[in-house]
Write a protein that binds this ligand. Structure first.
Ligand code: GRF
Length: 217
């Protein structure tokens, strides 16, 4: 089976990009990153793409006339590279409904909370302030509303009593690095089907054990 061609959009550090690069480098992984696009020239993720020999380009909205022009550039670059799917991996610009529509069900995002809880920014500080015992991350298809769309995969991460936003972010990030490659693999294997607001995954195993925090043992 041909590998699914993927473009990854980033704005910064690119640790999720790295997780996708590493997954794609594994034998038999069904996807290939054909292009990395950053909206920031200083993004560390650009170095990661370079080190992996992946084509990378900067499309900076600050040097574009308007938003439509900026998004057209992204769209054209992704298409020219042959991308069939776009992954948002720490891409810090909101995309317009027009762009989202053009890539309907072919645009996925990773968000550092268990959606629909804690949409938006500062998710870890807000999770701690809310006193939740679990948070986590979500990979979902992108819709026009921010951090909304059919959920493909989630990882639950406990919030520990001494956590601050930084320690919690590090624990969630490790989960993100598993969740994003998993979602990409399932899509690339053709096992993911969007049914309204939900996603069905062919042959996926879900365990039914309960996670308690605090533990009862
Ligand atoms: C991640 O926490 C991701 O969930 C969020 O932005 C962060 C990006 O980190 N959307 P990195 O650039 O992938 O290291």
């Amino acid at each position: 089976m041909a590998e699914l061609k993927v473009a990854v959009l980033i704005s910064g550090r690119g640790s999720n990009l790295q997780a996708l690069i590493d997954a794609c480098a594994e034998d038999g992984f069904p996807a290939e990153i054909v292009l990395v696009i950053s909206n920031r020239p200083e993004a560390q993720g650009l170095e990661r793409a370079k080190a992996a020999g992946i084509a990378a380009t900067v499309i900076d909205e600050r040097t574009h006339e308007d938003r439509a022009d900026f998004e057209d550039q992204i769209d054209s670059a992704a298409r020219a590279a042959g991308a069939e799917l776009i992954c948002l991996a720490g891409f810090m610009r909101l995309l317009t409904a027009a762009f989202v529509e053009r890539w309907h069900d072919r645009l996925i995002n990773i968000h550092p909370s268990l959606l629909p809880a804690f949409r938006g920014l500062d998710t870890h500080a807000r999770a701690i302030a809310a006193g939740v015992r679990f948070t986590g991350c979500t990979v979902h298809f992108v819709r026009a509303a921010t951090d909304d769309g059919p959920i493909i995969a989630q990882a639950a991460v406990p919030v520990l009593p001494d956590d601050d936003a930084e320690s919690l972010a590090a624990r969630v990030l490790a989960a993100e690095h598993r969740c994003f490659p998993l979602a990409l693999r399932l899509i690339a294997e053709g096992r993911v089907r969007v049914a309204g607001t939900r996603v069905a995954i062919e042959g996926a195993e879900s365990r039914s054990e309960v996670l308690l925090n605090p533990s009862d043992r």
